[in-house]
Design a protein around this ligand. Sequence first.
Ligand SMILES: [Zn+2]
Length: 363
Amino acid sequence: MIDGLKKEIEGVRRSFLNEIAQIQSPEKLAALKERFLSRKKGIVSQQLLKLRDCAAAEKPVAGQLINQLKMFIETELARIEEKIGARRGTQEQWSDCSLPASDLPIGRFHLIAEIQRQIEDIFLNLGYEIASGPEVELEEYNFTALNIPEYHPARDEQDTFFIEGFANMVLRTQTSPMQIRYMLDHQPPLKIISPGKVCRKDDPDATHTPVFHQVEGLLVDQGIHFSHLKGTLEVFCRSFFGPDVNLRFRPGYFPFTEPSAEVDISCFMCSPRQGIPPAGTSAADAASRVQSDCKVCKGSGWLEILGSGMVHPQVLLNCHIDPEIYSGFAFGMGIERVAMIKLGVPDLRMLYENDLRLLGQFG
Ligand SMILES: [Zn+2]
């Protein structure tokens, strides 16, 4: 009996060695382990069952032989497992330089910078220059030269950050002081836009932050009148928001322009539904407009986007430009505001939270 068992065990051992010699993958090794060592149907377990047929005197020897087989198989499996794992590790350290590079995430401009660049591109194509100025500004340029007198509420501490220890300096509340700086340094014709950061003492909410961005535009030359302003803003709005937007000029008030106008664009979400005619068609059916539940324009059909007007003669005089010879127009808009309208971002603060999911969504 023992001799027969010995032969059988030797047969199992050889067949195991033959099979394991051909194994290259952990999956095949696991299958081999299952076949030989599985507790119920494994080949070794089948051998153990034969102990029942052994004579009592032979049982210890037979048990030992089968246990030795089991230990041998376990040791070999562990050795080959380690070998395959090491080979894999080595393969992972090597790389094939001839393969194409894997995709890397590519950076892009922040939405505010992106929108600013889009605005700049449109005006650069219209022949404007970009003029940048300091963010800490003289009170004179931020207010007085722009025809904002000392008693004007915009100067109030509620709106303006004053610089401690420098009575005549503020964090600029608008990019307009750059117009003053440019006009003091250059003679007409002038054609500039001035983008940049401005500060006002606002509590953050869905439409306000203490720091935001503006773009101002200024054109001064002989014979400039309101239709030049209107035409320029039409070109800008249709380039930026889309060829179908319509513009509406409403009387407004700014100390540095006269006359002044607030400019609205037709709501690109709902204006066709509301009967606001697309650009280039008559406005006859304005009366037939229906109120909508549009959240973008709150049902009005219009979106306020910028302030504008003809440069006040006093501002030209403050910059030593003769208003009898020259005239000009100016306009200004909040970059965050137009970004929110164009991209459909509902809360201004989202632009500053820098959540990559939001920034990537509009990439
Ligand atoms: Zn709307």
